[in-house]
Design a protein around this ligand. Structure first.
Ligand code: MLT
Length: 396
């Protein structure tokens, strides 16, 4: 008789953001006049920049002519894009070999799929609160998961706990959902911890483009020793507005070996078997993100979102509410007023202010009592949402 993967029964009924969207849609259907401002899921609102659009158009034209048409591309990505990524890392002082860079359709797929190369018996360590994909994908495989406490006391950047012998460690910095980021010293502790145990760090750098502080690394490979213990995932989703266009990349150094096997070679074998590459058109557009013009234009967009983060932070400062993030991240993670539970605050904010955020509890137990707002809206809506939030909280 056919057997299903029973681990799926251990998952929450729906993926966090799908559940929230359903709740908001129901509210909107029964309150059709409500002017809802969405600051929940981290989805961008500014269009792709001109440099990228030009790249996409010219790639579409190439596809229309026999002499420039492209069929299957190289599985690891086109050389022109790998070279651009390599040069981008070099600017931050990180030397990579082209064959260490794998282009994909986004970090979420790679973060989930990478588990194919690891045994199910590994002990997984994730921070709490955490981006639910890390937990759900391991739950699907039936791996044991332990949590590291991220909380107000450690400003949501926990140090390694020597008593836990983790095999696979997830670190997202700047962090989703808390927006908090490790500095060089903090990240070095994790690299040393992983190397000492032969563990592997799965490092999510999806928000690196939002870093403003000098003491915060943009890549784990800026840390000495990381090449023997880390895999880095990055994405153009938040960096360049690719949430709907889809392009990301994963870096696996050649030095990273476990049980005599190269993780780079294993991932190549996995990708060539199960993935036929990111579309040529998208890769052409993605390479324009790294051109001089593209970098200038995406910086303008990131600056726009930073302005929103500032509006949110200033509002919370005025209200005297504790928060992390905003400085190096598009996320602001705030403590719910009056010790409210996160889902109660979610409902209150939705019903009384028509503003949507993400309840911290959705990211784990330690998220209870916290709430996430994104800076990806437009200025007008961000200002309006913060005016509504300020009024609501000051009248509580
Ligand atoms: C989020 O809101 O946490 C992000 O949009 C999730 C993602 O990047 O998949």
């Amino acid at each position: 008789m056919l057997k299903v993967n029973k681990n799926y029964a251990n998952l929450k009924e729906s993926y966090l953001f799908a559940g929230i969207a359903k709740r908001v849609n129901e509210y909107s259907a029964s309150n059709p006049d409500a002017d809802i401002i969405r600051m929940g899921i981290g989805d961008v609102t500014l269009p792709l920049c001109d440099a990228v659009i030009d790249g996409l158009h010219s790639a579409v034209d190439e596809m229309s002519k026999a002499e420039s048409f492209k069929g299957y591309g190289p599985e690891q990505g086109y050389g022109f894009l790998q070279d651009s990524i390599k040069a981008y890392y070099k600017k931050n002082g990180v030397e990579l070999d082209t064959t260490e860079i794998f282009v994909s359709d986004g970090a979420k797929s790679d973060v989930g799929n990478i588990l194919d190369i690891f045994d199910k018996e590994n002990l997984v360590l994730v921070p709490d609160p955490v981006y639910p994909v890390y937990v759900d994908t391991n739950t699907m495989d039936g791996r044991e998961i332990k949590y590291m406490n991220a909380n107000e006391d450690n400003k949501f950047v926990p140090d390694p706990d020597e008593s836990i012998d983790a095999d696979i460690i997830y670190i997202c910095s700047p962090n989703n959902p808390t927006g908090a980021a490790y500095d060089y010293e903090g990240l070095k502790k994790w690299v040393d911890y992983a190397n000492a145990r032969g563990a592997v760090i799965l490092y999510d750098a999806a928000y690196e483009a939002f870093i403003t502080e000098e003491n915060v690394p943009r890549s784990i490979f800026e840390i000495e020793g990381a090449r023997t213990c880390a895999i880095e995932f990055c994405s153009l989703s938040k960096t360049a507005g690719f949430t709907g266009t889809r392009c990301g990349y994963t870096v696996i150094p050649h030095e990273l070996e476990r049980e005599g096997m190269s993780l780079n070679k294993m991932w190549l074998r996995r990708q060539t078997t199960k993935f036929n590459g990111t579309s040529y058109i998208v890769q052409k557009g993605a390479s324009c993100v790294f051109s001089e013009e593209g970098q200038k234009q995406i910086q303008e967009n990131i600056e726009y979102y930073r302005e929103n983060a500032k509006i949110i932070m200033e509002t919370l400062d005025r209200l005297g509410i504790f928060y992390t993030g905003g400085k190096n991240s598009p996320y602001i993670w705030l403590k719910c007023p009056n010790d409210m539970k996160s889902w109660d605050f979610f409902d209150l904010l939705l019903e009384k202010a028509n503003v949507v955020g993400t309840p911290g509890e959705g990211f784990g137990e330690n998220g209870e009592g916290f709430f996430r707002l994104t800076s990806f809206s437009n200025h007008e809506n961000t200002k309006e949402a913060m005016a509504r939030l300020e009024k609501l909280i000051s009248e509580m």
